[in-house]
Write a protein that binds this ligand. Structure first.
Ligand code: KG4
Ligand code: ZN
Length: 340
């Protein structure tokens, strides 16, 4: 079964063709990062306009690379939530138009769920119940995965998402957007000099709070500066140590809570999803402490992409043969029925 995947929830315009849920025939991604850098983050209207410009060229490229025509497609899967509404609407309307014009079924996909699927794609055997760890620019969540499509929430951030905190700390350190890869690079050469401690969260041992950590970084930077007029100008070696200390604190917190959940809920494996799972230091730290098998997103599928949308679309359609009507709506948040 050939599935066309479409992803436009944030700042990547992506189209992929995936066969039977895991064989990637094409996976084209246009990243808008250069357009947003001067704003220090994603500027929603700029994102929507760029999706409008790029969606057709990216679609054509994906079809050419997969060596198929639109008529060959069996299903159209599109990320319909959560994300930036103006951006989602571009992909969703293209998907609806193709579905109507070609008389092919289409299905709206949860972007977060698709991030998790990126680490299941191509695995012959899935080990459930498992822990799902979603660590992206917009979300930080621990989930119990009972099956594809069946999840229970264990915990989530009560303020900033982990990727967002990498981006904000990078901005404090005067590094370009997106901050995650920049912090990772700096952190490779620093030491955990500041030994930051993660904030305690009241309601659940599985919730996260990253905004206090970001403030600690801010005050550490201000304390280091020798230039009163430019409090953000500090020595490169201090920047490296701050990056290492921040990253170590955020990942130690994530790993401790993940391992606690694996133990308490007797989970058989850990599946990661989202841009932060691209971080090699996190992978190394987690692998050293793991108590069960860990699955990371396939190469190139940590960040936003449409192959994960197409792959998950295949499973959802195959399992219950449900497709969506043309009346489904774009949504900025995940639907409540995401959790069973
Ligand atoms: O999953 P994603 O592409 O988009 C969302 O759905 O949000 O994640 C983007 C986030 C950004 O915050 C970015 O800074 C972060 O992932 N990120 C990283 C790394 N690469 C991307 N964070 C830490 N280390 C990285 N290597
Ligand atoms: Zn994402």
């Amino acid at each position: 079964m050939l599935v066309l995947g479409i992803e436009t929830t944030c700042d990547e315009t992506a189209v992929a063709v995936v066969k039977d849920g895991s064989e990637i025939l094409s996976n084209i991604i246009f990243s808008q990062v250069d357009l947003h850098r001067k704003f220090g983050g994603v500027f929603p209207e700029v994102a929507s306009r760029s999706h409008v410009d790029k969606i057709i060229p990216v679609l054509n490229e994906a079809l050419i690379l997969a060596n198929i025509s639109l008529e060959d497609i069996d299903l159209i899967a599109v990320a319909s939530h959560p994300g930036l509404i103006g951006s989602i609407l571009v992909g969703l309307n293209i998907a609806k138009s193709l579905s109507l014009a070609l008389s092919k079924p289409f299905i709206g996909i949860n972007h977060i769920e698709a991030h998790l699927y990126a680490s299941m794609m191509g695995e012959n055997e899935l080990l459930f119940p498992a822990l799902g760890v979603v660590i992206s620019g917009g979300h930080t969540m621990l989930l119990k995965i009972l099956d594809i499509g069946k999840y229970e929430k264990i915990g989530s951030t009560i303020d900033d998402a982990i990727g967002e905190s990498f981006d904000k700390v990078a901005s404090i350190l005067d590094l370009p957007y997106p901050g995650g890869p920049e912090i990772e690079k700096l952190a490779n050469d620093g030491v955990d000099k500041y030994k930051f401690l993660a904030a305690k969260t009241k309601d659940s041992p599985y919730n996260f709070s990253f905004s206090g950590l970001k403030t600690k970084v801010l005050y550490t930077v201000k304390g280091q500066s020798s230039n009163k007029d430019c409090p953000n100008i500090i020595q490169d070696s201090d920047k490296k140590d701050i990056a290492t200390s921040f990253q170590t604190c955020a990942f130690t917190d994530l790993i401790e809570k993940s391992l606690l959940a694996v133990k308490e809920f007797d989970l058989k494996a850990v599946y990661f999803g989202g841009g932060v799972s691209n971080n090699q230091a996190l992978r190394k730290m987690f692998e050293e402490k793991k108590s069960t098998p860990i699955f990371w997103p396939l190469k190139g599928l940590s960040l936003d992409n449409a192959a994960m949308i197409a792959g998950l679309g295949f499973h959802k359609f195959k399992n219950n043969l449900l497709s969506d009507g043309l009346d489904i709506l774009a949504s900025p948040s995940y639907h409540l029925d995401f959790f069973s």
